[in-house]
Design a protein around this ligand. Structure first.
Ligand code: KPL
Length: 334
């Protein structure tokens, strides 16, 4: 089996490093954005450490940069069996989609590991493939250099075909889950990946913006009555949109899960907080933005999410230094 992992960030390095270090029988290629990272990985391999940066495991891995990947021909066998797309939503642009379209053979399955919504539709429209899968993961990882990643939270991954008819018995999803399992990552085939996507969307649209706005680690949200109340309100609005879309869950299940994730990742700085403090654009448009778009389709208003959306956008602009020289004295003193 040939597997291509596309993306050299935290999740891509964790997947590729774990697969490279294990004896799964699969042949692996990692595809990364820069030539610098590709050369570093080709020379040094990928090192995966535990959550405290201990117990390193280093494994050699074949690595290409995007330019070489885009220029390259399909493998002689007609493309990879699996392309694991581990890029952030914001990095799935026309050039990477075109590269994947050209590289994917007739039998290639593409598994998308992004948070949020919108990417599956984009890829389906652009690649025309029905061999599209989604994976929802709660694995925690932090990239510490071009070649090193820390496995900061042991989670699990659920995998399923975007269109159920494409893999009705879940055979292919189960096969990929088994390979990831051999690599030490807990994974299962999902019978309802769309509901899983909603589960994760709800978690991300509650925890990520609140931690980013309050600048706290995930667990801190549960230590304060006001932030718990905000979580509750955001949660209820998001759950109402999921129910309208046909993916509601029995009362309490998702709230319980949300609290569990908050506790299990208590020491984490959410990806949105990390992006904001790093001066990068967040995934807000594919998380809260996607939720608001879904709600609109069903005629729902989500006022707390709308407020949170604008607050994070405003904070993003400030952090990126986009105030465009606004002189506050003119506003307050005129
Ligand atoms: O997925 C996450 C993220 O940070 O994006 C959570 C589950 C909130 C863990 O930090």
């Amino acid at each position: 089996m040939n597997i291509e992992v596309v993306g050299g960030g935290s999740l891509g390095l964790l997947l590729a490093g774990s697969l490279a270090a294990a004896d799964t029988g699969a042949s692996l290629t990692l595809v990364v954005r820069t030539l610098r990272q590709a050369e570093a990985i080709s020379a040094l391999g990928i090192t995966v450490k535990d959550k405290d940066g201990n117990h390193p495991r280093t494994a050699a891995a074949a690595c290409l940069d995007f330019a070489a990947y885009s220029d390259g021909q399909r493998r002689s066998q007609g493309g990879a069996d699996w392309i694991l797309l581990a890029l952030k939503q914001k990095d799935i642009g026309p050039s990477i989609i075109e590269a994947i379209r050209r590289r994917a053979g007739q039998h290639t399955r593409i598994c998308c590991l992004q948070n949020g919504m919108g990417h599956l539709e984009k890829l389906r429209a652009a690649t025309g493939t029905d061999r599209l899968y989604a994976a929802v993961t709660t694995e925690g990882a932090m990239r510490v250099s071009d070649t090193e990643v820390w496995h900061t939270g042991t989670g699990s991954t659920r995998i399923g075909a975007a269109e159920e008819e494409a893999d009705p018995s879940g055979t292919h999803a189960a096969l990929l889950a088994e390979i990831l399992g051999h690599a030490g990552l807990q994974a299962v085939a999902s019978g309802n990946i769309q509901a899983d996507i909603w589960d994760k969307l709800i978690i991300n649209t509650v925890i990520n913006p609140l931690t980013a706005l309050l600048e706290v680690r995930n667990g801190r949200l549960l230590d304060d009555a006001h932030s718990i109340e905000l979580m509750r309100r955001l949660f209820e609005e998001a759950e109402s949109a999921a129910a309208a879309a046909g993916y509601g869950r029995t009362a309490g299940i998702r709230w319980q899960k949300l609290v569990e994730v908050c506790r299990a990742t208590a020491g984490n700085r959410s990806s949105m907080l990390q992006d904001l403090t790093g001066g990068r654009h967040t995934e807000l448009d594919w998380l809260t933005g996607a939720l608001l778009r879904e709600a609109e389709r069903y005629g729902l208003k989500l006022p707390h999410h709308e407020t949170v959306y604008r607050l994070v956008k405003a904070k993003e602009a400030l952090r990126a230094g986009n105030e465009e020289g606004m002189d506050m004295s003119k506003i307050f003193l005129s």
